[in-house]
Structure formats: structure tokens, C-alpha cells
Write a protein that binds this ligand. Structure first.
Ligand SMILES: Nc1nc2c(ncn2[C@@H]2O[C@H](COP(=O)(O)OP(=O)(O)OP(=O)(O)O)[C@@H](O)[C@H]2O)c(=O)[nH]1
Length: 218
């Protein structure tokens, strides 16, 4: 597909999103088409990085929840930054796919300042679920409506979903996007993010089978 293809016309509205701008984005992983969207319901600005022809079935897809500390600063509290790079790399290797970078998902939807408060509580001994709850906030407040709207706009009908989180699969299914496969995105843990990863595995039902071997060697 090219920017001039009808499917990428700007100013087009599909359900809850308006496609506002397309621009080529050269990255260290490869050259993507960045498509900027406006969420017509929440007003948020959103972005999808598209590689190749994603319309139709089984596009390799990453719904990446915003994480300023991990994605931009390379924090090892979580594995978000590593996953962002790995997902873009996998999409390029596949030859087609899309990464929807979900703004508004910061801190699993509680926002940046609350996430920093939650990280402080974790440094004092709470786990990531307890920390959110101690702040009077949900353990996970993310909504995937806009992600599904973007995929519908790109005419993606089914995805191979790059994620260890079964709730992302369930959310897409609820919003009418078929998930033909959930593709694990397993990063080598560091001592700093092991507690976070273990909590995701044990309390949030994330598929992280590689942690067992790490625990046995520590
Ligand atoms: N509340 C909170 N959010 C965090 C913390 N560490 C990272 N996050 C956020 O968690 C979100 C990512 O969610 P995760 O549960 O780590 O992973 P996921 O996206 O559900 O699952 P994958 O698709 O497998 O990556 C991002 O929005 C991060 O900003 C933390 O300690 N507390």
C-alpha cells in the first residue's frame, strides 16, 4: 500500500476514530507509515505504525500500552521498552504488521503520576497490583475500544497478537477483531523487573513461562 491508496486517505472517519495524517517514519527497525488518529470519543491523539499491507487476515499486531518510563527512558522496572523494540523488529521481519501505540494507557490506565506513586509503593514492598489498589485505583483501567477502531479503520479483520496478556485478546474479541493466534513477546528478565513480571504472571494471568527457568537459576 502507498500513502495515496484509498485505504489511507486522511480525513476519513471509521466508527470512533478520524484518520488525520499519514507520514513515512524511518526507524532503526525499518520504514513504517505512521498514521495519526484522533479518538472522536475521548479526544486523544493516537498513532499506528503500519508496515506493509495489513488489510485482511492475520496481521501481526501489537497493541502497545504507553509507558514513558520504559519506552523512552529505558527503565528496567518493567519490560515495556524491550517489548516495544522487539515488536517493531518482529513486524519488519514478518514483512507486514501494525503497532498501535495506545496513549492514555500509561500506568495500565491510571496515568503517569499515579504510576510513579505506585512504583514508589512497590519500592516499599507492595506488588504492582497492591500498589494500584492502595492508591484507590483499579489494578488495570485500560480500555481497548480505540485500538479496535484503528484496526477496523485499517481493514484488519484478524490478528496474530503480540502479547502475553490474555485480557488484550479478550478485549479485541469483544470489539469484533478476531485473534487467530496470541504470539508471546517474552523478554529476558532483569533482576530489577523480575518482581513486576512475577506479579503479572501470578496475579494478572499473563503468559510468562520463561520465568520458571530464571527462578531456578537464582
Ligand atoms: N500501574 C502501573 N503500571 C505500570 C507499572 N509498570 C509498568 N506499567 C504500565 O503497564 C502498562 C503495560 O502493561 P503490562 O501489564 O506491563 O503489560 P501488557 O501490556 O498488559 O501485556 P503485554 O502485551 O504482554 O506487554 C504500561 O502502560 C506501563 O506504563 C507499574 O508498576 N504500575
Amino acid at each position: 500500500m502507498t500513502e495515496s491508496d484509498g485505504v489511507f486517505d486522511v480525513g476519513t472517519r471509521t466508527s470512533g476514530v478520524e484518520r488525520v495524517v499519514n507520514v513515512r517514519l524511518a526507524t532503526k527497525h525499518g520504514d513504517f507509515l505512521a498514521i495519526g488518529y484522533r479518538d472522536l470519543v475521548r479526544g486523544d491523539e493516537q498513532i499506528a505504525l503500519v508496515y506493509g499491507d495489513v488489510g485482511g487476515e492475520e496481521a501481526l499486531t501489537r497493541l502497545h500500552s504507553e509507558c514513558l518510563t520504559g519506552d523512552a527512558f529505558g527503565s528496567r522496572h518493567c519490560e515495556c521498552g524491550d517489548q516495544l523494540s522487539a515488536a517493531l523488529k518482529a513486524i519488519v521481519a514478518e514483512g507486514r504488521g501494525v503497532l498501535v501505540y495506545l496513549r492514555g494507557h500509561e500506568g495500565r490506565g491510571i496515568g503517569l503520576l499515579a504510576k510513579l506513586e505506585a512504583m514508589k509503593l512497590q519500592s516499599e514492598g507492595l506488588d504492582t497490583v497492591e500498589a494500584n489498589l492502595a492508591l484507590g485505583l483499579p489494578a488495570d483501567a485500560r480500555d481497548y475500544t480505540v485500538a479496535a477502531d484503528v484496526l477496523h479503520d485499517l481493514e484488519v479483520r484478524s490478528v496474530r497478537l503480540l502479547s502475553n496478556n490474555p485480557q488484550k485478546r479478550d478485549a479485541l474479541l469483544r470489539h469484533g477483531v478476531r485473534v487467530s493466534e496470541q504470539v508471546p513477546l517474552l523478554m529476558t528478565p532483569h533482576k530489577e523487573n523480575l518482581p513486576y513480571l512475577l506479579t503479572k504472571r501470578d496475579r494478572m494471568d499473563h503468559y510468562l513461562p520463561h520465568l520458571e527457568a530464571v527462578i531456578q537459576h537464582t
